[in-house]
Every structure is written in C-alpha cells, then in structure tokens.
Design a protein around this ligand. Structure first.
Ligand code: UDP
Length: 316
C-alpha cells in the first residue's frame, strides 16, 4: 500500500488532502501540532484504520515511520495568524522543512513542498508565471511567511541538487472552502461570518485589490497530480486564473449569499497587502493536465453553508 506523510494534516488543505489520499486507497500518517490546525477537521476520517495521527511540532526533533511520499503543508497561512507568530512561522518553514526533507531522504520518498503565491510578494508582473522572481519586502510584516516559504523552496532545491532527492514545489494561490478556520482572519472567512451575522463586511482600503480564488477540491486534485507526475522540474503554480475578483466584488457576492443584511465598512489596508494576484497555470496544464473545474458560484455556495453553521463563533 502507498504510504504518505502529510504535515499540517489537521489544517484546511491538509485535512482535505489526507481525506482524498485515503479515498484513493493510500495509507496516511497525518502530522500536526494543532496550533492553527483543528482536530475537528479530522473527524470524517480519524477512525479510518489507514489513518494515523501524530501530534508533533516539526521544529522539535521527531521520528516518523518510513513513507513513500511526504506532503509538507505545515505552516500558519493566514496573514493575521502568521503575523501573530512570525518566529514559529519562520521556524516551521526552515527547521521543520529541513527535518522532513531528511526524513524523505531516509525513506527514499518523494517530497512535495506546499509553497505559496506569496513568494511573488506584491507582484509587478501580472498574471504571475513561475519564472517571475517576485517583489518581496524582506523585513516587512509579511516577510516571515514570504521569506519563510522562499527559504523552504531554496532548501528543497538544495536537497534535490546536492542529495538527488525527488522534489516537487506547489505554489498555491488563494484557496477557499469548508474547514477554513472561522477565526482565520482571511477575506473569505471574515466576509462569510460577518454576512451571516448581519455585521458590516470589513473591506481593507478601497477594495479594488484583486485575488483569484480556487476551490479546495480542485487544489487537492492539483497537489495529487503534481506528486504523482513522473518528472517535474521546478515550481508549479496551482490556483484558479478564471476567478480574479476585486475584494469589493467578492463582498457584494458574499453579502447577497448571506441574506443581504450587511453594510460595507471600509477599514485600513494592511501594510504590504498585494495589489493584484492571478496565477499563470500554463505549466500545470501542460505538465499535469490539471486545471480547476469548480464554478465560483458552486464553491461559494458550499463555503457559505459551512460558515452559516458556524456563525455563532467569534469574528476576528
Ligand atoms: N481583506 C479584506 N477584509 C478582510 C480580510 C481581508 O478586505 O476582512 C483583504 C486583504 O487585505 C487582501 C484580500 O482581502 O487584500 C485577501 O486577503 P486574505 O487575508 O484572504 O489573503 P491574502 O491573499 O492577502 O494572503
């Protein structure tokens, strides 16, 4: 049986990925320190005999069973979370990545790093192809995540070049869907919770900045295709180029989906917030024969339902 280690297995993406791997007949070792991941995300598959959960902080030395594939997703990923814990964010992306690269090497496993569109910073090239080196503020409040992931990419490539490790790098663009943390602080979770509570939707700045949103099921399919492709050289963007929307447009859509009671509140824009973001997915299309297929309306409806059930909680 194929066995994978998934770090960040209790997180939003990690839990969907673990579930999809189990569905495909794999054995999954899920690793998480439950700092931003949540045990409730494991509920639908925790009792599966092919799933093992290990609560581990990857920045501390740990041992893991041998595996065939390592998916390294562990890291805070929402701007409020990684900015609250910048040292932990840099540590899991440096020390944590080093530990899992070494484990992949010992196991003879293939290693996939979950990187991010944040490596492009506030991009001057639009849409962003993998060949673009980015425009990142190395000391700004987002640098713990941007530079942490850039270091993780560099370390992954160093293990490939120096030790011959078979590696994959996914640059993941904005992804949404059920199992996002309600207190995540990102635009989707904030707007849905605010909408369901009838509170004002907090638009940062003018709301004319854009993001491109990919539904989680499409993204997970992309991660599996990237891991399973026979040979891939260099990073691959995974995201949805068809749904680039302004924050303002997103607010209007979510307002309508949640009963239309909310006002729009224009609040201060965070430092270094990227102006525009859209993936160029030509490489994913060619190398993986992958592209997203979930319509935005369908994804938003499923996400809306998930947040409606959770609208009793706190909005950050
Ligand atoms: N944003 C917003 N209101 C919120 C949360 C976020 O207008 O309550 C904006 C944020 O400034 C950014 C965009 O929405 O321009 C996406 O932010 P998010 O935190 O979801 O992810 P990012 O793509 O910045 O990592």
């Amino acid at each position: 049986m194929t066995r994978a280690l998934v770090s960040g297995a209790a997180g939003f993406l990690g839990s969907h990925l673990s579930e999809a791997l189990l569905r495909a007949g794999w054995e999954v070792i899920g690793v998480d320190d439950l700092s931003t991941g949540r045990a409730e995300n494991l509920a639908t598959f925790r009792e599966d005999p092919r799933f093992t959960f290990l609560r581990r902080d990857l920045t501390e030395p740990a041992t893991f069973p041998p595996v065939d594939f390592v998916f390294h997703l562990a890291s805070p990923a929402s701007p409020p979370h990684y900015q609250r814990r910048p040292i932990a964010t840099l540590s899991v992306n440096s020390t944590g990545t080093a530990q899992l690269l070494a484990h992949a090497r010992e196991s003879g496993a293939r290693f996939l790093l979950a990187s991010t569109s944040e490596v492009y910073g506030d991009p001057e090239v639009h849409p962003q192809p993998e060949s673009y080196w980015g425009h990142v503020n190395p000391t700004g409040p987002r640098s713990c995540y941007d530079e942490g992931k850039r270091f993780a990419e560099a370390l992954t490539m160093a293990w490939h070049r120096e030790r011959g490790l078979d590696v994959r790098i996914a640059r993941i663009f904005n992804t949404y869907g059920p199992r996002m943390r309600p207190d995540d602080g990102r635009v989707m979770s904030n707007f849905f919770l605010q909408g369901w509570k009838g509170l004002p939707l907090t638009i940062h700045g003018t709301g004319l900045q854009t993001r491109s949103f990919c539904y989680v099921d499409d993204l997970v399919r992309g991660l599996m295709a990237l891991m399973e492709a026979t040979s891939v050289d260099g990073p691959v963007n995974l995201g949805n180029p068809d749904f680039e929307v302004t924050v303002l447009e997103l607010a209007q859509r979510i307002r309508a989906l949640t009963g239309g009671r909310s006002k729009l509140a224009f609040v201060e824009r965070p430092t270094d917030d990227p102006e525009r973001r859209r993936p160029d997915i030509a490489r994913a299309r060619t190398l993986l024969h992958w592209e997203p297929s979930t319509p935005l309306d369908e994804g938003l409806r499923a996400t809306s339902e998930y947040f409606r059930e959770r609208a009793g909680g706190e909005v950050t």
